[in-house]
Design a protein around this ligand. Structure first.
Ligand SMILES: *[C@@H]1O[C@H](CO)[C@@H](O)[C@H](O)[C@H]1NC(C)=O
Ligand SMILES: *[C@@H]1O[C@H](CO)[C@@H](O)[C@H](O)[C@H]1NC(C)=O
Ligand SMILES: *[C@@H]1O[C@H](CO)[C@@H](O)[C@H](O)[C@H]1NC(C)=O
Length: 453
């Protein structure tokens, strides 16, 4: 009987940018047309119609592009004529400061004694109460503003928020207004996909973060730091990460139990052949499917890790399958087989080491999983070498290696469950120890360097 011990590993990785937009120049001075993002008339009509649908009183609704130019305007029957101008000025108040806050963001500071007292007199007249909302498209670009006037301030705010959200997202907090108005806004601020960290913190509370995850949420959902990807694929498709994780769990967890010989599993000798089907159809197939999904969404790191582990389980399953003659090819020379297969595990260990380093930009759970595999694979390789030599603690090495893989499995179950809860919008979330803030990414550093300049 062949002593086949192994285990698996799993890893995921950091995503990569399919197509970079130079956000420094987005809508900025000297930007070229392809670097500008502005609302088009199709979107403007959607905003107007959403505004009408959300109106409880006759309203005037104005849509401006980021350069404060009118794109669409509609006066509902019997709306106040005086509100025509107000609606446009509300939107203009937002666009004049690059969509950093809703029109009411200036309210308190423009009062007598406020540091921006009189600001509404500038620019041919601004409106500092509610009803003007910035519009961000689904990729996070500031593309224009909507102004609504006709009801009470609260009604106008509600209508304008609903209108803005018909084509993307908006801001519902004025935190930024308390510090953002300086004589000149840093270009980096206006150019980022998210206006600022505060904006991210605000949107995390909103339902729209289901559509556009915040950076820490993104990292949790996809096991990779967020990077820009062209198009809206991430809004169109589901999240493949938990699918791949489920495949990993259903292959890895029972295999480790067999290798440890629990409850008589593995015939007490760590024989892991019973679940060969699971290695192929849960391990390999689900991991490959998840990897393809990640690849399509532009999440390179998880795609690489899932493909690798899918490959591992396929290899493991095939090695156990007599058809491939992996074992019988060695005839009676079992030692030759052990010594040869051990090298596969040695290099899986090397791979996991690199993955573990890359994972330091993701979350603690993933790092624990990968570090466990950095122990598991060398132990299993040692177990094979000892088995090949016929002396030494082959069994002990196998059990220790499997134990670490089992720990990795337990952490992976937790990670997977936290993603499931996220996927069904469960009222609480399980923390996975976001690490993306601790090691600053190259692109983050570039951004802050531009900011300082
Ligand atoms: C974006 O453009 C600015 C200005 O030309 C340049 O300094 C910066 O390096 C560019 N960034 C990238 C990521 O290409
Ligand atoms: C307007 O923008 C939307 C969203 O980006 C796009 O789907 C649509 O095709 C555009 N319409 C026109 C007329 O350019
Ligand atoms: C204005 O100030 C009051 C009192 O400090 C505060 O409660 C309110 O939220 C502020 N409103 C805005 C729009 O800044």
């Amino acid at each position: 009987m062949i002593l086949l011990t192994l285990s698996s590993a799993l890893v995921f990785a950091a995503s990569v940018t399919a197509q970079q937009v130079n956000r420094t120049l987005t809508n900025g001075w000297g930007s070229t047309p392809s670097q500008r993002h502005y609302i088009n008339h199709t979107q403007a009509l959607i905003v107007i119609n959403a505004g009408i649908a959300a109106s409880s009183v006759p309203n005037n609704i104005a849509v401006l592009d980021p350069s404060s130019q009118l794109v669409a305007f509609l006066r509902m029957d019997n709306a106040y004529l005086g509100s025509v101008d107000i609606s446009m000025k509300k939107a203009k108040t937002v666009t004049s400061f690059n969509g950093q806050f809703p029109s009411y963001g200036l309210l308190n500071r423009s009062q007598p004694g406020g540091d921006l007292f009189g600001i509404e007199q500038t620019n041919g007249g601004l409106v500092v109460f509610g009803g003007g909302q910035p519009i961000y498209d689904y990729e996070g670009y500031f593309i224009g503003a909507v102004g609504v006037s006709g009801g009470t301030v609260q009604q106008d705010v509600d209508t304008s928020v609903a209108a803005a959200e018909s084509v993307g997202t908006t801001l519902t907090s004025i935190t930024l207004a308390n510090h953002a108005i300086t004589p000149s806004l840093p270009m980096a601020d206006r150019a980022q996909p998210y206006p600022s960290k505060q904006h991210e913190m605000e949107t995390i509370e909103n339902a729209d973060n289901i559509l556009r995850p915040t950076p820490s949420n993104f990292e949790k959902l996809y096991l990779a730091p967020e990077q820009a990807v062209a198009g809206k694929l991430r809004f169109t498709f589901g999240n493949p990460t938990p699918i791949a994780l489920a495949g990993f769990l259903l292959a890895n967890t029972p295999a480790t139990c067999m290798l440890m010989g629990w409850h008589g599993a593995g015939g007490g000798q760590g024989i892991a052949n019973a679940d060969t089907g699971a290695y192929f159809f849960c391990g390999a197939v689900l991991l490959y499917c998840g990897a393809v999904g990640e690849w399509i969404l532009g999440n390179t790191f998880p795609a690489v890790v899932f493909f690798t582990f899918g490959g591992f389980w396929g290899t493991f399953g095939a090695t156990l399958t007599p058809f491939f003659a992996a074992v019988s090819g060695y005839g009676t020379d079992a030692a030759g087989f052990y010594d040869s297969f051990a090298f596969f595990l040695v290099f899986m260990a090397v791979l996991c080491l690199f993955y573990a380093i890359a994972a330091l930009r993701t979350n603690i759970c993933l790092v624990i999983i990968l570090v466990c595999f950095c122990v598991t694979f060398p132990c299993l390789a040692a177990s094979y070498f000892y088995a090949g030599a016929g002396v030494g603690p082959a069994t002990e090495c196998r059990v220790v290696g499997a134990a670490f893989a089992f720990v990795a499995s337990m952490v992976a179950w937790y990670l997977w469950f936290s993603m499931l809860l996220e996927a069904v919008d469960w009222p609480f979330t399980l923390p996975v120890g976001d690490l993306s803030k601790f090691i600053k990414g190259k692109s983050d550093k570039l951004k802050s360097a531009e900011h300082m300049a």
